[in-house]
Each structure stands twice: as C-alpha cells, then as structure tokens.
Design a protein around this ligand. Structure first.
Ligand code: GDP
Ligand code: MG
Length: 440
C-alpha cells in the first residue's frame, strides 16, 4: 500500500494547486492502492470521496506544496478512519475482570492471551489464563508452555490425563478459581476453526452467557486482508465484541484489514501484535498505524524533495533568462499558460517564483489575461522574442488581429517592459545566490 500511495502522491507533487483535474487521477490511484491492499470497496470509496472533498476545499498555502497538503489530508483521514483515539480494555471495578478472546484458528489467539497476561503482569496485575480450547491437546499444552515462560498460572480440566472437552465449564470454573486464588484478571483462550462455523460460534456464545465477560476481544490476522473484514463482521454479529486485536503486523502485512475492520464493524482496534515473542504487543495507536500505512516520513520527504527540485529547476531557468536579459513575451506567454493550467489566477499568480509578493495584492482579472493572450498570439514569433522591434504599424496590426485597441497593445508592451525591468533588478538582488524559492 505504501508504495502505491507514494506513487499516487508523487504524481501531484510539483503541481501548483489542488484542483478537480489534477486530483482526479491521484484519487483514482489512492483508491486503487486501497483496494489492492484489501480495503473493503465501500470503505475505499468513501475514504477517497472524503479526501477529495477536503482537498478541494483546502486553500493552497504558498509555502506548502499541494502534494504535502494532500499527504496531510490523507493522513488525517486515515487517523480518523482508524478511530482517532486509543481505547483501553474495560476493567471490572470488582475483580476479577473477565476477558474472552475469540477468533479463527491460527489468528494468534493463544499467543495473544499469553501476551496480554504478560502485559497485565507488568502493570502489577495477577492474571489467570483459562485453556478453553479443549479440542486439541496441543492447544492446552501450547498455552501452558507460554504461560510457564512468563510465570502465569493456567486453568484447565484434565481427567485421567485427558483434556475434558467442555469449554464452558473451563471458563466458568476458571473465574471461580480466580476468585479463590485472588487473581484479578481472567483471560479465556478459546478454540477457533479455519472458517467461521456454527458450532464454534455457539460455543463462544455459550461461554459468553456463562461468564458474562467484561471485555470480548476479537483476534484477527492482519495478513488475511478482505477475509478479515468478513470474519470480523460475522463474529461481531454473534458476539458484539468490544475490541479488535490485530496480529502479525510485523510481517509483510497490508494496512487494509485495520482500515476496513474499524469502519465496517465500528469497533475500536485495541491491540497490535507484532511478533511471536510475548513482549511483542502494544496498545493500538491510530496515528501510528496511519503513519505506518502511509510510510509518512518517507512520503513527506519524497514529496518535499520532488517539490524542491521542481522549484529549483523553475527558478534557475527563470533566473538564467532574467540574467541574460532575454526574458521575452514568449516566456511571458508560457508563464501565463502554466498559470492557467494550474487554476484560478488570483491565487496562483502569487506562486510564480519571484512574482508572488509583488502581484499578490493586485486585483487580477482572468479576462484581462485572455486579452493579453490574444495580443501576444497576434504577434509574430520574431516580435514575441524581440518586443523592441514592435513599431507603430506593427502595433496597429496586432490590435486589429486581436480585436483590441492600439492603446491596449501600447499598455501591454509598456507593462511588459516595466516587468522586465523589475525582474532584472530582482535577478541582480538574487545575485550569485542559490536558486531560491522566493515565495517564503
Ligand atoms: P490461535 O490458533 O489463534 O491460537 O493462534 P496461535 O496463537 O497459536 O498463533 C498461530 C501462529 O501465529 C503461531 O505460530 C504464532 O507464533 C504466530 N503468531 C501469533 N501472533 C503473531 C504475531 O503477532 N506475529 C507473528 N509473526 N506471528 C504470530
Ligand atoms: Mg490457540
């Protein structure tokens, strides 16, 4: 996703302004990038719509490139979509707090249960793990091994060396055990199937009924993309869980799951799991996730570099022209075209390197520029390159050709000369210095 977004954002950097036109392609790119990252179609569409609305309504600051501004808008919207604020686990005022952990097989439930136990232990709590994944003996063993490494007790029921296959009983008795042994948090690890399955759902529902957990966490493998959203939806319909745990964010993971789960099921993502080691668990911070998805630092510096190069190139070109005093009407015309392409004149003329602060306060009339254009177009290339040769008869011809008065042509030429003079003195002021962006 990051690469795709970078490419998409790169395409707007170096452009003068966020307009409907130059944003359309970028928005398409961003949407495609989101879809390819398995973001739900509806979510991706709404996301790009919102970004577009905000982008178009944004006044372009002359000191920031449109690319940067767009990055900021995309970033803000990502943070918003991801939930803006970090949400904590619900703790019961009277211990023990009961936390039910559900999800598909292999999503990382058992690992997460142990991680969460360690997380609470570090906060001075006394957790108890409940081995309610009773169908595979190895599952109980796995939990026991993990728990032993962090020195946390596990509650399980075994008779004659066999695991008793009653998940509800394990959960219920684990809570009693916690009361008896003054453990203030019970974390219930449950069984999962490879696919959503009625028996599994019923069992988790029954556990929920039996122990009335204070917190139900849905664990999902962030690498499963679009499937993660469907799974989240199915679990939420049955369990109405309180929060989501995203696992395997350490891998080559796509941001898609986080993005759409949050907005499709409207439940906060509470934890991010980033490795097999038990301390690889952090609360979920939407801003960090947005940065991660965007590759923020990279994108920004990339956009900045592109913008600097563009500015430097333009400024250098103009400076060379001004120095050699051959800035002519052709260059002037070219500048006008560039301005027109970028959007509303009034805002944009202020962005021409060097012109900005002189022209900013003027009332710029788009029509006036059409007239200027018409007159320049009525000149011969020779006249444009060398306005000094334009004598009285040539002026009359230009006026006729452009449908203007001779006085208009006179005024244009006078203004152009003044401008050239002003630019020349400015270029001297810039002196031997670097090609600098004069807009700041
Ligand atoms: P469960 O079936 O839902 O209980 O999933 P497990 O906890 O047994 O995890 C399945 C596999 O994923 C195991 O090999 C874990 O070591 C691994 N795993 C779990 N969480 C993470 C994680 O955040 N990052 C990585 N890289 N692997 C993880
Ligand atoms: Mg397990």
């Amino acid at each position: 996703l990051t690469e795709k977004l970078e490419a998409a954002l790169k395409s707007v950097s170096g452009q003068g302004r966020i307009t409907e036109l130059n944003i359309a392609g970028t928005m398409r790119e961003i949407r495609r990038a989101l879809l390819e990252a398995d973001v739900n179609y509806q979510v991706a569409r709404e996301f790009t719509e919102r970004v577009k609305e905000k982008a178009l309504g944004t006044k372009v600051l002359s000191s920031v490139s449109p690319g940067q501004q767009l990055v900021k808008i995309v970033y803000d919207e990502l943070v918003r979509l991801l939930g803006s604020e970090q949400v904590d686990i619900n703790l019961s005022p009277t211990p023990p707090t009961v936390i039910l952990v559900a999800g598909l097989q292999g999503s990382g439930k058992t690992t997460f249960c142990a991680k969460l136990a360690l997380y609470f232990k570090k906060k001075g709590r006394a957790p108890l793990l409940a081995a309610a994944d009773v169908y595979r003996p190895a599952a109980v063993e796995q939990l026991k091994t993990l728990a032993a490494s962090i020195n946390v007790p596990v509650y399980s029921i075994e008779e004659n060396g066999q695991v008793v296959q009653d998940a509800v009983r394990v959960a219920r008795e684990a809570v009693q055990e916690a009361r008896r042994t003054a453990r203030d948090i019970v974390i219930i690890d449950t069984a999962g199937r490879l696919h959503i399955d009625e028996a599994m759902m019923q069992e988790v529902e029954q556990i929920k009924e039996a122990v009335r957990p204070h917190e139900i966490l849905f664990v999902v493998d962030s690498m499963t993309g679009q499937d993660a959203v469907n799974t989240a939806k199915a679990f939420n319909e049955r369990l109405d869980f309180d929060g989501v745990v995203l696992t395997k964010l350490d891998g080559d993971t796509r941001g898609g799951a986080a993005l759409s789960i949050r907005s499709v099921v409207n439940k906060p993502i509470k934890f991010a799991s980033t490795g097999e080691k038990l301390d690889a668990l952090t609360p979920f911070y939407p801003d960090r996730m947005a940065q991660r998805i965007l590759g923020m630092g990279d994108v920004i510096s990339l956009v900045e570099r592109a913008q600097e190069q563009y500015d430097a190139r333009q400024a250098e070109k103009l400076r060379r022209k001004l120095r050699s005093a051959d800035f002519n009407l052709e260059d002037f015309y070219e500048q006008l075209q560039r301005i027109k392409k970028m959007g509303s004149l009034r805002e944009l003329i202020g962005m021409i390197p060097g012109l900005g602060r002189y022209v900013k306060d003027l009332d710029v009339d788009d029509d006036a520029f059409k007239h200027i254009e018409a007159m320049i177009l009525s000149m011969t290339p020779e006249e444009r390159r060398n306005p000094d040769i334009i004598d009285a008869s040539r002026r009359r011809r230009i006026a006729r050709g452009s449908g203007m008065e001779v006085s208009d042509v006179n005024q244009l030429l006078r203004q152009f000369k003044e401008m050239r003079k002003m630019m020349k003195s400015m270029s001297k002021l810039m002196g031997k210095g670097r090609a600098v962006d004069l807009r700041q």
